[in-house]
Structures are given as structure tokens and as C-alpha cells.
Ligand binder design. Sequence first.
Ligand SMILES: Cc1cc2nc3c(=O)[nH]c(=O)nc-3n(C[C@H](O)[C@H](O)[C@H](O)COP(=O)(O)OP(=O)(O)OC[C@H]3O[C@@H](n4cnc5c(N)ncnc54)[C@H](O)[C@@H]3O)c2cc1C
Length: 236
Amino acid sequence: MTQERELKVKEVIQRTHNVKSIRLEFNAPDDYKAGQFLQAVLNNDPQLKHYLSFSSSPTEKGFIEFTKKISQSNFSKALDSLKPGDSVKVQYPFGKFTLEDNGSPEKIAFLSGGIGITPIRSIAKFAVDKNLGEDIVLVYANRSVKDIAFKEDFDAMQKSYPKLRVAHVLCEAEPGFKCRVGMINSQVVRNEVPDFKERKFFLCGPPPMVEAMKKILVEELALPKEQVVTESFQGY
Ligand SMILES: Cc1cc2nc3c(=O)[nH]c(=O)nc-3n(C[C@H](O)[C@H](O)[C@H](O)COP(=O)(O)OP(=O)(O)OC[C@H]3O[C@@H](n4cnc5c(N)ncnc54)[C@H](O)[C@@H]3O)c2cc1C
């Protein structure tokens, strides 16, 4: 059942030059699952309303977090000026971009572009904190290193949870940074996820990117479509 609450901003975190996380005071972590999304209304203005994925995990106590790419929109401008103590109306939880709770660890792969990382960060954090045993590969595409949201977070998670591996894909090479250059295509999937046939795939990003990645998996790599879960960020 969905709930509506008015929550106070606890903290604002600049993730990259154009991505911000908003943490809201919250003490009901069992109310949502990692990977789900909420609807946020800013300044009590029904025009300033967007769906946003949780970037926090229910294992993180005392707050929920969402993370937005800051554009020129009125919503982005209002979000950009939020400060601790301000109120945000939220309705939640929505969505099925979540791990199955079937008791046995799965092999999973995430394919993500840019801000599409938010629900994946939520799920990865949950798996790491709970030590779920899931074997996880993340193929994470961005324009350049400075655009990688949650980079340090994923670096730390990989250290504490050896079953998580992150493969970065960038449009431009960066001296000293291990990555593939280009786009996520079938060859990148074959190279980074050689056991792709055994994995459940989670795709998240702007709709054209999600469609393109799904096509690669289902048409080029002949993966059954039941093995592919998607979340499209309508609005990009
Ligand atoms: C399930 C879900 C989860 C999302 N999670 C995130 C997230 O974690 N971080 C993030 O930055 N963005 C997320 N988005 C996208 C977000 O809701 C905004 O659409 C996007 O951030 C663009 O908003 P804007 O303020 O930059 O631009 P705006 O100018 O407000 O929107 C851009 C254009 O998209 C249209 N639009 C907005 N929302 C929708 C919609 N739901 N369906 C169709 N058209 C729409 C607007 O009418 C406008 O023309 C998510 C979207 C969905 C559906």
C-alpha cells in the first residue's frame, strides 16, 4: 500500500558536478524495498512533482535518499535550492525493480547509464549490507569520470563485498582510469559478463538506452526476455 508523508530534508549531497542527492529524515526502513521509487513534490507545489528512485537502501537507518540530475527545469531549480529543514512531500513505494526474495542467492548483472544508477546503488548497497551472497556485475556507462555518480561508494562496496564487480564504460578515455571506451554493446557484455546466460539482468536509464540494451540482450545475445528486468526513467 502506498503512503504519503511530509519529510524534512536532513542532508544535501553533491554527487557530481550536476547530480545531487537529497536525504530526508525517515524512520520506517521496512516501508520500501531496495530499487523501488517514490514521487516527490517540492515546495508544496503540485507542478513540482517527479518520480525518483530511492538511491538509499532500507539498511541505511534514519533517512531515505533520492538523487537527481540537475537540469534547467523548474523542478531541478527547486531541488537545487533545498536545504536542511525544508519539507518535501513523498508518496511511496512504487515499482518492481527489486531483487526476488526466494532465499537462494542469484547471479545478477546491472547495465546502467548515467543517472540510471540510482536504484542500482540502492540494490547493491542492500546486497552488500545484508551480505546476501548475490554475485553481482555492474556495467556502468558514463560520459567521463567526472560524471560517475556514487563512484567512491561503489569502490568501497567492491572492497567490502568481493562478489561485486564494477566495469566502467566511458565515452572518452581517462589516463590512469581502468575502463572501456565507447558504448555498452553486445561485445562489451560478452567481455565483461562472460557468463551472461546464467545471469538475471537489470537495466536502468533513459528509455532509449534501456530499449537499446534490452535489444542487445534479447536479440543479439538470445537471452530469454524473462531474464531481463527494466526501469525506464521517462522524462529523459
Ligand atoms: C520510475 C522512474 C524513476 C526515476 N528515477 C529518477 C532518478 O532516480 N533520478 C532522476 O534524476 N530522474 C529519475 N526519473 C526521471 C524524473 O522523473 C524526471 O522525469 C527527469 O529527472 C527529468 O526531469 P527534469 O526536472 O530534469 O525535467 P522536466 O522538464 O521536469 O521534464 C522533462 C520532460 O519530461 C516530461 N516528463 C516528466 N516526467 C515524466 C513522466 N513520468 N513520464 C513522461 N514524461 C515525463 C516532462 O513533461 C518534460 O517534458 C525517474 C523516472 C521514472 C519514471
